[in-house]
Design a protein around this ligand. Structure first.
Ligand SMILES: C[S@@+](CC[C@H](N)C(=O)[O-])C[C@H]1O[C@@H](n2cnc3c(N)ncnc32)[C@H](O)[C@@H]1O
Length: 234
């Protein structure tokens, strides 16, 4: 990683400068600005979400990893792809709203395809039921990707495929987390997917806000899309 001599205080200032009620375009503009320092800054933040998500998925994924097609939504600079490559996944499509983040993902050499998309405003640019695994890390939270996108993640997964999602569990994200879990539970009740694992993690990343100290907590959710039953009418 290129070192720019960044400090925790620099990182804290950047994150606190992002307005949580900003629109998608503003949020993506924020990431365009942050892209050059992102990898170094999240290292300082001890941001463990990509590793934790990859670990959860790796423990549960039964299929052929080298042949599996992975859709990394809100891929950023490619930290999730790097973690999944360590556990033998090889084929990645990345989607993100920020061109600057996508440029860095491209330079990682991990992704066969990269697509720009403003999630929540534009439709996820992949064929329905085309991916063995759909993953979104660090982007389902207040002020970022809306919970309505969860249905699109499900849609992109093949029947029998997996959807891995993360969110923060700190005070400011509690309402978003409740909404997210409600949507996930409703989809399970509709028979669209089944919950494989929920991993609650205390040390998710270092806290940056004034009213939090130490680490904030977070959650990894893993769901499996239920294959449709083929009904035959006589
Ligand atoms: C915290 S970063 C996470 C990146 C990567 N998944 C990781 O874990 O390092 C959040 C990413 O979500 C993207 N993002 C946020 N809101 C978005 C939106 N509405 N549409 C598309 N991308 C969005 C940002 O551009 C950024 O790359």
């Amino acid at each position: 990683m290129e070192e720019n001599g960044r400090t925790f205080s620099d990182v804290r200032n950047v994150i606190l400068s992002a307005h949580k009620n900003a629109g998608a375009e503003d949020k993506v503009a924020f990431y365009n600005e942050w892209a050059a320092n992102y990898n170094e800054d999240v290292h300082i933040l001890d941001y463990r979400a990509p590793m934790l998500a990859a670990r959860c998925l790796s423990a549960a994924f039964p299929g052929d990893r080298e042949g599996a097609l992975v859709l990394d939504v809100a891929c950023g600079t490619g930290l999730v792809g790097a973690q999944l490559q360590k556990v033998k996944f090889r084929h990645f499509i990345g989607v993100d709203g920020s061109c600057a983040m996508l440029e860095l993902a491209k330079s990682s050499g991990l992704y066969q395809e990269l697509k720009q998309c403003l999630l929540g405003k534009e439709t996820l640019p992949v064929e329905p039921e085309s991916c063995d695994l759909v993953i979104i890390v660090g982007a389902l939270s207040v002020g970022q990707v809306p919970v309505t996108v969860v249905k699109e993640l499900w849609q992109a997964a093949k029947p029998g495929g997996y959807v891995c999602m993360t969110t923060r569990a700190n005070a400011e994200n509690q309402e978003y987390k409740r909404q997210l879990e409600r949507v996930m539970a409703e989809m399970e009740q509709e028979g669209l997917w089944t919950c494989v694992d929920v991993v609650e993690v205390e040390q998710w990343e270092r806290a940056v806000s004034d009213h939090e100290t130490g680490y904030i907590s977070g959650v990894v959710y893993l769901y499996k899309k239920i294959p449709r039953l083929g009904f035959k009418c006589d």
